[in-house]
Design a protein around this ligand. Structure first.
Ligand code: PLP
Ligand code: COI
Length: 349
């Protein structure tokens, strides 16, 4: 299928933005991609200009949280090409979520086409290589219709918007940029609930713990397991990593989001750096024996942790050069300054 082309005045030029100064904020770009599921089929509307949405007032997404989203980045490589990172993994995760919320899956082909089309339609807004910024891509999925009963919708919207962003945690990555997190007394997900899917409701219930943590000077809340409040789960919108001796550790839990960044980091640790890697339960008290800690995600990339504050104990961690090695390798693969031994770059053209 031939792809539509979009022309800007000065086509190929960059929008008049100070890319290196961007923060993680929404900036409205000209186009968004949309597809509608009705009568059992996905119909592609393509790139559209209106950033406001007109929804039936009874829509399931508005009342009962039948909603999912994804988060990805498109970056300009050192070779001037445009790259997404492992987008098929995001396609798989949103369809896993759709099955759990009893809605239709999004075919991989539709997901990839949407990412490509919305990226190319907003080309001047893609931050240049070396600016430290990226095009954040936000696919989302809404159950809609004339409804009042508690049941899945029969119609759905799949939309993708993009916005150029800077670092999620102010300051970005570096030996001076450790962040401090506070252990939350609240849970973000129930033991057999929706923590493993990227449903909006998981984030609504993180507002209060997040506000408490930020209100007392921390970057975000760190969640413990919702059964015993004993094991580390994840941090805000990022998974947890630790270094203990020569082993890279990450929590095993059914109620955290299966992070694509984390999976990639664990694979780099094991296959590229030949470290020992383990996915297992990590008790909060095991922080006594941990040498270094970090969190990771699309938005957070790798953020090293300088402090974790529990109810009656604080742990401090140094910067470990292995975080730098992982950061350089991961971002190098994403921006084509490194080889791509595991085939993770996805060129958009
Ligand atoms: N955990 C939560 C709760 C998140 O929202 C995210 C962000 O997507 C992550 C972890 C990291 O996941 P990923 O690396 O796939 O972006
Ligand atoms: C991401 O890392 O893409 C996320 O989804 C984080 C987001 C909730 C801001």
């Amino acid at each position: 299928m031939s792809k539509p082309r979009y022309y800007f005045i000065g086509d190929g030029d960059k929008a008049n933005l100070d890319f290196p100064s961007l923060r993680f904020d929404y900036l409205r770009c000209p186009y968004r991609f949309e597809a509608i599921f009705e009568h059992g089929v996905w119909r592609v509307r393509g790139a559209i200009e209106d950033n406001a949405m007109h929804l039936p007032e009874g829509s399931q997404c508005l009342h009962y949280g039948q909603q999912l989203f994804e988060g990805m980045k498109v970056q300009t490589g050192a070779d001037g090409k445009l790259y997404a990172f492992r987008p098929r993994e995001n396609a798989r995760r949103i369809s896993d979520g759709a099955r759990y919320l009893h809605g239709p899956e999004i075919p991989e082909e539709l997901f990839l086409r949407g990412i490509e089309e919305v990226t190319l339609a907003n080309k001047p807004y893609i931050p240049p290589y070396g600016s430290g910024a990226a095009l954040y891509v936000r696919p989302f999925y809404l159950g809609i219709g004339d409804n009042v009963g508690v049941k899945p919708a029969s119609s759905y919207i799949f939309r993708i918007f993009v916005t150029p962003v800077g670092p999620y945690f102010i300051g970005g990555f570096g030996p001076e940029q450790g962040k401090a997190f506070r252990v939350s007394e609240y849970d973000r997900a129930a033991p057999m609930g929706t923590g493993h899917v990227k449903a909006g409701g998981n984030y609504a219930c993180s507002f209060h713990p997040g506000a408490e943590a930020k209100g007392s000077g921390y970057a975000e809340a760190l969640y413990l397991d919702p059964v015993e409040h004993k094991y580390i789960e994840e941090i805000g919108a990022a998974n947890f990593l630790a270094l203990k001796g020569d082993t890279l550790l990450t929590p095993k839990s059914g109620s955290i989001l299966p992070s694509i960044t984390r999976r990639s980091i664990m694979e780099l640790g094991e296959k590229v750096f030949k470290w020992k890697v383990e996915e297992r339960k990590i008790a909060l008290i095991e922080l006594d024996e941990i040498d270094a800690a970090a969190c990771c995600g699309t938005a957070a990339v790798i953020t090293w942790i300088k402090e974790i504050a529990g109810a009656d104990k604080k742990w401090s961690f140094p910067f470990d050069k292995r975080w730098q090695q992982l950061y350089d390798k991961l971002t190098g693969i994403q921006t084509a300054t490194e080889d791509d031994p595991l085939g993770w770059r996805y060129e958009i053209k």
